[in-house]
Write a protein that binds this ligand. Structure first.
Ligand code: PTT
Ligand code: SF4
Length: 624
């Protein structure tokens, strides 16, 4: 046992621990009560934090079959053992819940001062349940929780709500809020912070809206419990210095994620016109260099020295923050080649708290439906005013907007025709901004992502473009698993993955940070195992919630990529092969220790320390 160098000794359930605060804040909005719930050391070391904590809480405490928009659902704000410490990019917060969009596990990762304040207030997570009778916001200040009437805030967009709250609580407070889209329960509404950070793609904002919770203000003034605070500070500083000398640092600060627009276009994976194509004639006009011309400043998350939010002046003269996914989905995917207009749509999405990826997909879907005569509304590719009007109708659930507010999967079921073939989603979550006509591994990553079609767990496309691009070899399944496990670690640690994945910040830093923070010796391999445990638990949650309806078909991307080849670009004619995809999926399952339905085998769950999960799951589905 290490000798603590601090007087802050954290003891939870009788065990001496550092790094974690050792408790959750539980808030019941129906009864206007809050309680503190301690957890033990084995919980902390088995699930680490962030997604790990959220998945375990949902598994243990959410009754099976809970309606995601009912008071019984839980909205979880979870940090990790590194969140808030003075080390690179440690200002991240996982926002999780059962998803109203997919019916499965949902989460998102948002960079916000709320993460730091939650930890400094003495908690590792806040779990909100119930439903307020009237709109409220929560004000959490250290150990006190206030339920404040939010009648005057309901109906405001997320930027305006936060501005008004800042007038009361000051610039330093951590604030997350929702806009009108989340109030109206748009199923892909997310949670917004600091006028440009957003998270919780699978409808975490809608869950917040369903609870009549307009915002949460976090204020914490404590000191985080590090085992070796001095060592942590020094290693943290060394990490910041290391980031500054990385070869790609300067270019990253200029363009952040936006250089991916040109890269995707060059590699025929830039989603264009509802993923019909992978190249866009106007790519240059919405790419990184175009952004540099209208850029005003960089913005970003707390504790970050490589801030990547590109703040630009948009077509309506306001400031907007751009990232790759936003630009591709609200640009090329709807045929729009004017970056100022794309930025305005991005800002509007943030104000309404609508996820930009799902919004771009819903708009693309609607334009195609209009073109094919499935709907009466006339909406065309590349028309900013029409896109803006429809985005507004989605946020307020007016007319066609009401249909699209349910997400493209349900919208297709309503519109009929063959629209399900080009409703671009997996398990109900709209696909992120990489076209997969010619990228089988990336298609597999979407198919098997823990939250539905999101790129964040396995950005395998970079590797795939350089390795047997259109092949289906078993190394592709192995690579997807390797990335899913590695990236899953960041969802638990409470830090941003960009230093590692974009600048090559070495992964060895993280066990060092954990040692100084927690006094525990984690290796990258043990972290991988935790991540695997968490992804199996998440999988079990999906299967439990799908209650008898689970099938490997749920891990298959939409028909468009199999049936309609690319008609343009160097990879013209390219499309996925369904039989080969199925075989790759089975290889993936086998490597994961899952059966042919994609259900974890009993032995696998036991090996990961999830025997109880295996027992409970076997009441729902026969385990092999
Ligand atoms: C993330 C997804 C992404 S991923 C983007 S852009 W990207 C979109 N951003 C949106 C937005 O903005 N506004 C909006 N209304 N909707 C949006 N939807 C889309 O949401 C984000 C960065 C980015 S920018 C990425 S990749 C990295 N993601 C990380 C992650 O997932 N985990 C982690 N440990 N570190 C990460 N670092 C990077 O963070 P979701 P942010 Mg995001 C405006 O929310 O649900 O996870 O989906 O949080 O603070 O904005 O940082 O090219
Ligand atoms: Fe946030 Fe970007 Fe910094 Fe990551 S690199 S912490 S997303 S500002």
């Amino acid at each position: 046992m290490l000798e603590p160098e601090t007087s802050i000794l954290k003891s939870f359930k009788g065990e001496l621990m550092y790094g974690w605060n050792g408790c959750f804040l539980k808030v019941d909005l129906s009864r206007r009560k809050s309680t503190v719930e301690p957890f033990d050391a084995s919980f902390a070391t088995s699930f680490l934090g962030g997604r790990g904590f959220a998945a375990k809480i949902l598994w243990d405490t959410l009754p099976t079959g809970t309606d995601a928009l009912s008071p019984e659902n839980k909205l979880i704000f979870a940090t990790g053992p590194l969140t808030g410490f003075p080390l690179p990019n440690s200002g991240k917060l996982v926002v999780a819940s059962k998803s109203p969009l997919t019916g499965g596990y949902g989460d998102g990762n948002i960079g916000t001062f709320a993460a730091v304040h939650l930890r400094k207030a003495g908690y590792d997570a806040a779990v909100v349940e119930g439903k307020a009778k009237k709109p409220v916001f929560l004000h959490m200040r250290d150990k006190t929780v206030e339920f404040v009437d939010a009648a005057d805030y309901w109906g405001l967009d997320s930027f305006e709500a936060e501005r008004r709250l800042r007038k009361i609580y000051g610039r330093a407070a951590g604030i997350v809020s929702i806009g009108q889209g989340a109030e109206k329960l748009v199923k892909f509404a997310c949670v917004v912070s600091q006028e440009g950070r957003a998270g919780g793609r699978p409808g975490m904002g809608a869950v917040m809206g369903s609870k009549n919770l307009k915002a949460v203000v976090f204020e914490g003034s404590g000191t985080l419990p590090a085992a070796k605070p001095e060592e942590l500070r020094e290693e943290g500083l060394a990490g910041y210095r290391e980031i500054l000398v990385k070869p790609d640092y300067a270019f990253w600060k200029r363009q952040g994620t936006l250089s991916t627009v040109e890269w995707s276009n060059e590699n025929s994976v830039l989603p264009t016109c509802n993923y019909r194509e992978g190249i866009f004639a106007g790519a240059e006009k919405i790419g990184g260099y175009a952004a540099e011309k209208i850029k005003v400043s960089n913005r970003g998350c707390p504790n970050c020295n490589m801030t990547c939010g590109n703040v630009v002046k948009d077509a309506e003269g306001k400031q907007a923050e751009l990232d790759y996914e936003n630009v591709a989905m609200l640009g090329s995917n709807i045929g729009l080649g004017d970056l100022g207009q794309v930025a305005a749509l991005n800002r509007i999405a943030d104000e309404f708290s609508l996820d930009t990826i799902s919004l771009g997909s819903a708009l693309g879907f609607a334009i195609e439906a209009s073109e094919k005569g499935l709907i009466n509304e006339k909406i065309s590719w590349g028309n900013f005013e029409e896109a803006k009007a429809l985005a507004t109708n989605i946020a307020y659930r007016h007319g066609l907007g009401d249909v699209l507010a349910e997400g493209v999967c349900r919208a297709a079921a309503k519109l009929g025709g063959n629209s399900a073939d080009w409703a671009m989603h997996v398990k109900g979550l709209e696909i992120s901004a990489y076209d997969c006509h010619t990228a089988p591994a990336m298609a597999l990553a979407y198919g098997t992502s823990p939250i539905g079609a999101h790129h964040k767990d396995a950005w395998v496309i970079g590797w795939e473009t350089e390795n047997d691009r259109e092949g289906y070899g078993e190394e592709k399944a192995a690579k997807v698993i390797e990335l899913q496990n590695a990236r899953g670690i960041f969802e638990c640690l409470g830090v941003c993955r960009f230093p590692m994945v974009n600048l090559g910040f070495e992964r060895e830093w993280y066990p060092k940070y954990l040692k100084a923070a927690t006094a525990q010796q984690f290796t990258w391999e043990t972290l991988n195992q935790i991540s695997e445990r968490v992804s199996n638990l998440v999988r079990a949650f999906w299967i439990r919630e799908y209650n008898g309806m689970w099938s490997s078909e749920l891990d298959v991307p939409p028909k468009r990529w199999f049936a309609e080849p690319l008609s343009q670009g160097p990879l013209k004619g390219g499309k996925l092969d369904r039989a080969k995809y199925d075989s790759l999926l089975q290889t993936y399952y086998a490597k994961r220790g899952w059966d042919e339905r994609g259900v974890p085998k009993k032995e696998k769950l036991k090996q990961l320390g999830l025997s109880e999960v295996a027992d409970q799951l076997s009441n729902k589905i026969q385990l092999v």
